[in-house]
Design a protein around this ligand. Structure first.
Ligand SMILES: Nc1ncnc2c1ncn2[C@@H]1O[C@H](COP(=O)(O)OP(=O)(O)OP(=O)(O)O)[C@@H](O)[C@H]1O
Ligand SMILES: [Mg+2]
Length: 312
């Protein structure tokens, strides 16, 4: 049994078991002080294969050389949804952008393995074709390129990679219309230029439409909830949930528990100063909401005090 990233003594399911839903265990209880600051490696066992493994990732801003990520560790298995929360400027977007190969950042050490392959050796477009999708905190506008052309090109690049037939304009229309309907988006979106003059909420919906069209295997959603009114939040959350597959995974960056009430994560990570400093279940978001980041810090102190003397 491969228990990479997990403590075998805590295994209650083995990989390959016919369950992809995780056990709902209050795993913060299991987190030792060592792994709390190092690796998220005392989660209960999930059935899925590891889809994304980030190890000791360090990265800097390419232009200025400023170090942002200072040793991020994260393991995500198929079927899981993980949330990353953390103060402004802690490195959440930088991590997300490093995963998709954004040219503003340079990875200086560590590794990222995606479906068993070295993600960092792939060009950004190869990562996208391989099923890695990111929705940006501030999606870019692309005037002059229609949404339908953009989406069809992107979908066909992915389909080609998967060995599927490419879609002509008419076929694509048939393919995308149900996806628009599921997102409660008007077909008018297809004729508009990519994100040009879209409201903040429309841009976020458009990001999810891209995710839906690309049928990505891992979706990295950076503040997909920001700027959404309450109904739009529910629509987007429903869409994210409906796009989940047993062999896909979702990584959401958010500041607020309200998104996590709809898209319920198996794990919540707290990021600070370029590292994941604490990980647990949904209760971590509850602590954050009620007591802020000081609440997380005092929980960490309490757990450290409970450690037997000599434990690392
Ligand atoms: N391209 C860049 N050039 C210069 N500094 C950058 C760049 N990208 C990120 N930074 C800096 O790195 C730090 C982390 O930024 P990042 O956007 O990853 O934070 P974040 O956790 O996503 O914050 P927020 O919650 O506000 O979105 C910040 O201090 C930011 O100013
Ligand atoms: Mg950010």
């Amino acid at each position: 049994m491969n228990t990479s990233g997990l403590h075998s003594s805590q295994c209650s399911l083995v990989r390959g078991a016919p369950f992809w839903r995780p056990l709902r265990t209050p795993y913060a209880l299991h987190i030792s002080s060592r792994c709390r600051t190092q690796r998220f490696d005392t989660l209960p066992i999930y059935a899925g294969e590891v889809i994304l493994e980030v190890k000791d990732l360090e990265a800097k801003v390419a232009e200025s050389g400023q170090t942002i990520l200072r040793g991020v560790n994260l393991t995500i298995r198929e079927g899981e949804t993980h949330a990353i929360m953390g103060t402004n400027g802690s490195g959440k977007s930088t991590l997300s952008k490093c995963l998709v190969g954004h040219p503003d950042y340079e990875v200086t050490s560590g590794s990222v393995t995606y479906k068993g392959q070295d993600l960092l050796s792939l060009a950004p477009e190869e990562r996208a074709r391989a099923g890695l999708f990111m929705s940006f905190q501030s999606p870019v506008e692309v005037p002059g390129v229609s949404n339908s052309d953009f989406l069809r090109l992107a979908a066909n690049a992915r389909r080609k990679q998967l060995g599927q037939e490419e879609l002509g304009p008419l076929e694509f229309y048939g393919y995308v219309m149900p996806k628009l309907a599921a997102l409660k988006m008007s077909p008018d979106f297809l004729n508009r230029d990519v994100n040009a003059n879209f409201s903040g909420g429309e841009k976020k919906r458009n990001e999810i439409l891209q995710l839906s069209v690309l049928e990505a295997d891992i979706a990295v959603l950076d503040e997909i909830d920001s700027g959404l009114d309450i109904d739009a939040l529910r629509d987007v959350a429903d869409a994210v949930n409906s796009l989940k597959r047993p062999n896909s995974a979702t990584l959401m960056v958010t500041h607020y528990k309200r998104l996590l009430n709809y898209v319920v994560p198996e794990a919540v990570h707290i990021m600070e100063a370029g590292r994941i400093i604490y990980s647990g279940g949904l209760e971590v978001a509850d602590i954050l909401e009620s007591d802020g980041y000081e609440g997380i810090k005092s929980r960490m102190r309490e757990e450290a005090e409970k450690q037997p003397v000599g434990a690392t």
